[in-house]
Write a protein that binds this ligand. Structure first.
Ligand SMILES: Nc1ncnc2c1ncn2[C@@H]1O[C@H](COP(=O)(O)OP(=O)(O)OP(=O)(O)O)[C@@H](O)[C@H]1O
Ligand SMILES: [Mg+2]
Length: 246
């Protein structure tokens, strides 16, 4: 496997009127092509900070990130769809902003919408969709610019349990089919274990990497099928014990 994202000794210090907040300290991580990586850790430890740095929204205070010429896409918390745009226009907005909307890129988006069950909804407005469908639209929107690596920060936290299970399956199938690499921040250990092949545990702040677990499920099983298996329970227990809950 080849590295497509190399994080080396990344630290982040926020300077605030009340003093310095050291968010992350010397984070090093290699992410390989096709990896699905979950980042877990206690609240406030610096997970979103790390993702914002990867995304380029925040600058690391020290350390380096090598993107190996790969491109990054970002799916926001909640779904952040625009209420006044229909599904298709929501999915095209990123391309428009980047000046990359042409017949080919539009075709690519329409194809994704068709393929992933939104064919009959392209002219519908977000308010008329279920939570799970909205998430699929948001996912397709972030795929429209054809990123190699997709970053997600707690993308499903607003959904009910059943919808979370469904969207987990959708994300898994869609991103595998489209050959993407995923880095997802989540509070939910079950989600991390069932969706990802690597779980990175951050310590409490200032966060460093406490441990990285390789998760080995049969690649042809869906996240929902991985739940309640003995292997799932094993991973769950291991990871739960490592997280510094206060
Ligand atoms: N823009 C900012 N300016 C100053 N401090 C910040 C800023 N963003 C985050 N912090 C601080 O950095 C630390 C890490 O925050 P971050 O949001 O990355 O944690 P998190 O792990 O994502 O938390 P949660 O699990 O609650 O989402 C916190 O102490 C937070 O208050
Ligand atoms: Mg956060």
């Amino acid at each position: 496997m080849t590295n497509i994202l190399s994080i080396k000794n990344v630290s982040k210090v926020y300077h605030t009127p009340k003093g310095e907040i050291v968010a992350t300290k010397n984070i090093s991580l290699d992410i390989e092509d096709g990896d699905f990586v979950a980042i877990v850790g206690p609240s406030g430890c610096g997970k979103s900070t790390l993702l914002s740095i990867l995304n380029g929204q925040e600058k690391a205070s020290s350390g380096t990130i090598n993107y190996h010429n790969k491109t990054i896409g970002y799916m926001l918390q909640e779904d952040a769809l625009f209420d006044w745009l229909n599904v298709l226009d929501n999915c095209l907005i990123g391309l428009k902003i980047k000046g990359k909307l042409d017949s080919d890129s539009k075709e690519y988006v329409l194809n994704l919408l068709n393929k992933y069950g939104l064919k009959d909804f392209i002219y519908s407005y977000p308010r008329n969709l279920s939570g799970g469908m909205r998430q699929r639209v948001a996912l397709i929107r972030s795929l429209a610019i054809k990123p190699d690596i997709l970053l997600m920060d707690e993308p499903f936290s607003a959904l009910d349990f059943q919808s979370r299970l469904n969207i987990s399956n959708d994300v898994y199938s869609i991103l595998k089919a489209e050959h993407k690499t995923l880095v997802i921040v989540t509070h939910d250990i079950s989600e991390a274990v069932t969706l990802c092949n690597k779980v990175v545990i951050l310590s409490k702040r200032p966060s460093y990497i406490k441990k990285v677990y390789d998760i080995n499920f049969d690649q042809n099983t869906l996240p929902s099928e991985r739940r309640n298996t003995p292997l799932f329970n094993e991973y769950y227990q291991l990871i739960w014990k490592e997280i510094d809950y206060e």
